[in-house]
Design a protein around this ligand. Structure first.
Ligand code: GLV
Ligand code: MN
Ligand code: MN
Length: 405
């Protein structure tokens, strides 16, 4: 089978930055990666199309009238991320389709491999954009077209610059009734498989998450003259709020993260007048996540009242927790066992495009062990050649033995 790790390294060279691996939506590096993926799909014998959002989809026909098993993941990245997040779930299915074609074997169902153009959403602060557009068309995208990236370029102009038409977003829609299942292979992005000495895992469910933009408004002032009791310092209030997120999530044994914080007109000798930050909250089930959200926001209000600042919260994104279908878990487990590995079952704390598909079709996922202590969203993310090759064999088996329900 194709050497997936060499291909991941090759794809990793398409980066927005010469200093690290950063590939954000619709940049020249992103488009070069899309062309490379399309070339590998063609080489594997697939018919290739690029959809209205820039996702690349390869197709391999099955028996006449058969529905389609859609296998996908994303090829955008976080800033200074790891080269396997998303990419592994594109390259391994391409390798498997190529292998079937080399053997002259027709798969038991039609196969499609989707390389989603935007999942992380680092450039326009979107999330799961490309998979959402496949199911919801323009409805989920239109409202975002005026968003600007850090250089002031709008999403709509970024689309036009690469030849995509923001007036034709609906053309990204697929017909989900033609799918028999959605499957995603992904690096685990955590330490569980590593800790258990297992190379591959069967994902049982995917944690739900919400992301919020919080703005704290106090009063800008002179750092040298305003006495401490008279300040309405947006930065100090925001700092207390960040710690409240950490404290509440830890108490509830869930996860909460403030990953971005910006001080408007921030200067060393000015008391901060306005601070914006993100809050990312996740939980295995939606009621617990909503309870966490309520508690965090009540604390924000109390902190703001005590400090004489105003706080606004706006939900930028929410995705419900998604179970993986039992019948797909069974087939993933059987495929893993067939290559002599132990099919460890585990939930996913990270979000995946599979969550979007879970609303309309049964979804299944396989995890591949993450090296280096399980770090991900970090350039130290690694996968061993042995694990990648075992994953390729297990995926080949999964596809050849696949039985739609
Ligand atoms: C995707 O990487 C996520 O935020 O879980
Ligand atoms: Mn990621
Ligand atoms: Mn990912």
């Amino acid at each position: 089978m194709d050497d997936v790790l060499s291909r991941a390294a090759e794809l990793g060279r398409h980066s927005d930055s010469p200093r690290n691996y950063t590939r954000t939506y619709l940049t020249p590096a992103h488009q070069a990666a899309a062309r490379q993926i399309a070339a590998w799909m063609r080489e594997a014998g697939m018919a290739v199309r690029v959809d209205a959002l820039g996702s690349v989809v390869g197709r391999c026909e099955g028996p006449p009238g058969a529905r389609t098993l859609l296998m996908g993941s994303h090829f955008d990245s976080v800033r200074d991320g790891g080269k396997y997040d998303g990419v592994l779930g594109i390259l391994l299915p391409i390798a498997v389709v190529g292998e079937l074609n080399r053997r002259g074997e027709r798969p038991p169902v039609a196969l499609e491999v989707a390389a989603f153009a935007d999942e992380e959403g680092a450039r326009f602060k979107t999330s799961f954009l490309a998979s959402r557009a496949m199911l919801e068309g323009a409805a989920s995208v239109r409202a975002l077209l005026d968003r600007r990236d850090a250089d002031g370029v709008t999403f709509a102009d970024a689309m036009r610059a690469v030849g995509l038409d923001p007036d034709r977003l609906d053309e990204a829609r697929i017909d989900p009734s033609k799918l028999c299942a959605y499957f995603e292979l992904h690096i685990e992005q955590g330490p569980v498989l590593l800790g258990q000495g297992a190379a591959l895992g069967v994902v049982t469910s995917i944690a739900g998450g919400s992301r919020h933009l919080v703005t704290v408004r106090g009063e800008a002032g002179h750092a040298g003259t305003v006495p401490m009791p008279m300040r309405r310092d947006a930065m100090a209030a925001a700092a207390e709020m960040v710690l409240a997120v950490e404290e509440c999530a830890a108490t509830d044994q869930l996860v909460g993260t403030v990953g971005m914080l910006e001080v408007k007109n921030g200067t060393g000798n000015v008391i901060a007048g306005e601070v914006g930050f993100t809050v990312d909250l996740r939980a295995p089930d939606d009621p617990r996540r909503r309870a966490l959200e309520d508690r965090v926001f009540a604390l924000f209000d109390a902190i703001a009242a005590r400090r004489g600042v105003r706080v606004e919260k706006s939900r930028r994104h929410e995705v419900r927790a998604a179970p993986c279908a039992e019948w797909l878990q069974e087939q993933v487990a059987a495929a893993i066992a067939s290559v002599g590995a132990e099919p460890v079952r585990l939930p996913s704390g990270a979000g995946h495009d599979a969550m979007i598909f879970a609303g309309v079709v049964d979804v299944g996922m396989m995890f591949v062990r993450c090296g280096a202590g399980g770090v991900s969203h970090n350039p130290a993310e690694t996968v061993t050649a042995e694990d990648a090759s075992l994953a390729a064999r297990a995926l080949l088996r999964f596809v050849r033995d696949f039985r739609a329900r």
